[in-house]
Design a protein around this ligand. Structure first.
Ligand code: CMP
Length: 825
């Protein structure tokens, strides 16, 4: 606490003092006997409670709270009369009275007009007093109107007066309660006397003004308490929490909007004992239990009891947070959080970044975030203002739900150093910035094709095709050969081999092979053949990768046949009807899919939805038709979850969850969670939970989706060419249509392909493949990625930039037997 800085107890005490001198009693002392021996409360005492004490021993009374805090600036009185009768003399009398008192009166003739007047003027001119004619219920239901007015915002301080007939009022059975229950403040007998009206209106208004000023003053005090570093809580005499300040909520881990909480579970110790024993003013330690920590913390606390009458109505607790910060300030949380952000410069500048799974563990998903927030909050105690500001920003960020969605920092220097990586990763990771392309194939409609078109897609397994398909579970599978041999229909052929053959999806789904053939055909037909990258060859490639993964022992033992089937289905369909442009493009172009899916996961939502639409539309393709309701539901859930997991804006979220669950910090890593580059040890005990198996499935399809960079070089290079070409076409189209350019660096005239691949491997591939390859024991994923990275660097250093140069360099580097014809050649 800075010298001269006012503590919250000072504020509260001064408030209590002021209230005490008015109408509140606050109490005699007790306090921790030792600490306060011989001292009497500095709070105001009622004369009866005040014993004769040595005045010299008394601490000086706190300065009274300025009366200005209860001051309500006088405003001209505003009256609204609601009288159905056109020339009501009672109404005229009330209006005259207000005019005489210097106020302004308006009158309306129906409940509807009254409510309209309220709604119109709600923000600016809420009437202080409303007089409602309650004499003719058959014409206007006054209680209904009162309820409607009370339902409007900001009307709690408006005084509602019901005017009733004198004859009714004087009857024995007249009941005022229904009026009060409806929201009226007062009931007034009809009168034509202006003086009586004047007195009534002024009294009512004065009472309202005073109540309003008091509520405003209490709100201001609560705001003051919110700005104190001390932890402030106010309870009633039953220890029900009425008010806590921000510091309290942060440290204890309560959300400010949470409902009533049990104070006794949170606080204990001598302070609580004194508070509950009726002590009026005490100074004693309390034990505070925090949600995020099993260990309670001992805090110095000052308490005060407040009473409106002789009995205590409120108890104030003001705790010093110093113990918390001393004990816990400076633990590694900040470092971890900082590590969660993406530093493009450090990645781009040192080539293949030294990667370690350790740094990913700093993204604390399973860790209780509330603990981190409260540790950070207490770390602000006594810190310099700039540190406090930084920590508060960090806490604000931690409070958002987008914890694992890195945002590309807009840093001109970084952009200058590595503009291509900045563009690519920025576009991949941000789904909101900114698609259907006119580059659709001639047969890109999403409807089922005619039977005749499908009949020539029978699974031919002779000759070269058979040979290739025999290697369908090899990591160096010749995907582009298959593309050529099947004349652009690799998915159906590979799908039949893997899904129909090796993994017997038909048995798992209880469907016949013909239905599977039809399903594969319709799925493949709905990929756009004109896309250079997002076509059915990419789908077949991802399917092949998933098949390789589920062949590995870890997954073989983990996944049930239906789960394996769902994974293969997801892989085959995961990019169906991809337009060749990104979700960001669709959003910028206000495409109907972006509108339909509210700019959120636009493409992935479409891929998942269309998969089911096509499948369920026609029994001949419905591979799910024999599943019972629950089994279908579960398979559908799995497929949707996996397809949605391919959304790149959630990349780091999925990766961090996976690493946090399946990798334990090795004993050599620093206790504070700092980046150590120590390898993390695999811990698969978490696989017993179904929730964690979902993380594995998501990771599996994600890795398969971008596995092209972890394939042997000749494949990786061809995929890089294809994706770059697709990006270039998007940029061309954006320029032609004058749309925002999502990745300006992906301009065919200037882009460096090697650099884009170096950035992609650095940011997206390496960490993920390290985690995944160790999990399924497939080290070649990392080996190929590193080799590819190395080769891209060599090409970059040799000044290679364009697609044509890359192709040329590749032809020169590879022996003729291994060079691959590309789709373009
Ligand atoms: N070799 C690559 N180079 C750059 N970007 C890639 C590469 N492979 C995949 N991607 C991107 O990663 C994304 C993964 O999801 P999509 O298939 O929707 O779109 C993919 C591309 O945008």
């Amino acid at each position: 606490m800075l010298a001269g800085e006012e503590t919250s107890i000072d504020i509260v005490q001064r408030w209590l003092q002021r209230r005490g001198s008015d109408d509140i009693e606050t109490g005699s002392s007790s306090g921790s006997p030792g600490a306060r021996a011989g001292r009497r409360s500095s709070l105001a005492l009622t004369p009866e409670d005040e014993p004769l004490v040595d005045v010299a021993n008394r601490s000086p009374p706190p300065a009274p709270i300025p009366s200005a805090i209860f001051y309500a600036p006088p405003e001209p009185l505003e009256l609204l009369c609601v009288f159905p009768e056109r020339a009501s003399r009672v109404c005229a009398a009330a209006c005259n009275a207000v005019a005489r008192a210097g106020g302004e009166a308006r009158s309306v003739r129906s409940a509807r007009e009254a409510l309209e007047a309220f709604r119109r003027d709600l923000e600016t001119r809420i009437p202080h007093v409303v007089i409602v004619d309650a004499r003719q219920p058959q014409i206007m239901d006054s209680t209904l109107l009162a309820r409607a007015i009370r339902g409007l915002k900001n009307t709690q301080h408006t005084i509602l007066i019901a005017v009733v007939k004198k004859s009714a009022y004087l009857k024995d059975d007249f009941a005022v309660l229904p009026y009060l229950e409806a929201g009226f403040n007062r009931v007034m007998v009809e009168t034509l006397g202006s003086t009586a009206w004047c007195a009534e209106v002024l009294q009512a208004r004065s009472a309202a003004a005073s109540a309003r000023a008091q509520v405003a003053a209490v709100t201001a005090l609560a705001a003051a308490a919110d700005r104190c570093r001390d932890l402030v809580a106010v309870t009633d005499d039953q220890q029900r929490v009425l008010l806590t300040n921000k510091s309290w909520c942060r440290v204890v881990g309560w959300r400010p909007d949470e409902g009533p909480r049990s104070f006794a579970e949170t606080i204990g110790g001598e302070g609580l004992r004194l508070a509950t024993s009726g002590a009026r003013d005490w100074d004693a330690p309390v034990l505070l239990r925090r949600r995020a920590s099993p260990d309670p913390v001992l805090l110095a606390c000052k308490g005060a009891a407040v009473s409106l009458t002789r009995s205590i109505s409120h108890i104030v607790f003001v705790c010093e947070p110093s113990n918390i910060s001393e004990v816990e300030r400076g633990r590694g949380s900040l470092h971890s959080i900082r590590r969660g952000s993406l530093d493009v410069r450090s990645v781009a500048s040192d080539g293949l970044r030294r990667t370690s799974l350790a740094k990913l563990q700093g993204l604390p998903l399973e860790a209780p975030i509330t603990k981190v927030i409260s540790l950070l909050s207490t770390a602000t105690e006594g810190a310099p203002p700039c540190t406090v500001a930084c920590i508060e920003r960090a806490v604000d960020m931690l409070r958002t739900s987008e914890l694992y969605s890195p945002q590309m920092r807009e840093d001109p220097k970084m952009r200058a150093e590595d503009p291509i990586a900045t563009d690519l990763i920025g576009a991949l990771l941000s789904g909101t910035s900114n698609v259907l392309s006119s580059r659709r194939s001639s047969n890109d409609s999403t409807v089922v094709r005619s039977q005749t078109n499908r009949s020539n897609l029978k699974h031919k397994t002779s000759g070269q095709l058979r040979e290739i398909l025999d290697t369908a579970l090899c990591w160096d599978f010749e995907i582009f050969h298959l593309e050529d041999l099947t004349r652009g229909r690799p998915l159906t052929h590979l799908g039949l081999t893997l899904m129909g053959g090796r993994f017997d999806v038909c048995a798992a789904l209880e469907c016949d092979e013909r239905t599977l053939l039809h399903w594969l055909t319709i799925i493949e037909t709905n990929y756009h053949a004109v896309n250079t990258y997002h076509n059915s060859t990419h789908a077949a490639d991802v399917l092949q990768a998933v098949a390789c993964f589920i062949e590995k022992d870890r997954l073989k033992n983990l996944l049930e046949p239906l789960e394996a089937a769902a994974a293969l289905i997801s892989a085959a369909a995961h990019d169906i009807d991809h337009p060749g442009t990104s979700s960001a493009f669709l959003c910028n172009a206000r495409h109907s899919l972006a509108i339909l899916y509210n700019d959120v996961a636009v493409l992935e939502s479409h891929h998942a939805a269309l998969t089911f639409k096509l499948t369920l539309n026609d029994d001949r393709v419905n591979i799910f038709k024999n599943l019972d309701r629950d089994t279908f539901k579960s398979v559908r859930h799995n497929v949707i979850d996996m397809i949605l997991a391919t959304e790149m804006t959630k990349h780091f979220e999925h990766l961090a969850k996976f690493v946090n669950v399946f990798y334990a910090k090795s004993t050599g890593s620093k206790e504070d969670g700092m980046h150590t580059d120590e390898p993390l040890s695999l811990d698969t005990t978490a696989l017993t939970s179904q929730e964690n198996v979902i993380l594995v499935k998501r990771m599996m399809i994600k890795c398969a989706d971008v596995s092209n960079a972890s394939r042997p070089q000749k494949f990786a290079f061809e995929w890089a060419r294809r994706i770059a070409e697709e990006y270039f076409l998007q940029t061309d189209e954006e320029k032609a249509k004058e749309l925002p350019v999502v990745m300006p660096m992906f301009d065919r005239a200037s882009c460096s392909i090697p650099r884009s691949q170096i950035g992609f491997i650095d940011y997206i591939i390496i960490d993920m493949m390290e985690a995944w390859s160790a999990f399924i024991d497939m080290p070649e994923l990392v080996t190929h990625a590193r080799n590819n990275h190395q080769r891209w660097r060599e090409l970059d250093e040799a000044g290679v930039t364009t697609i044509a140069d890359v192709k040329r360099a590749q032809r020169q580097a590879l022996p003729p037997s291994t060079s691959q014809p590309t789709a373009e050649e």
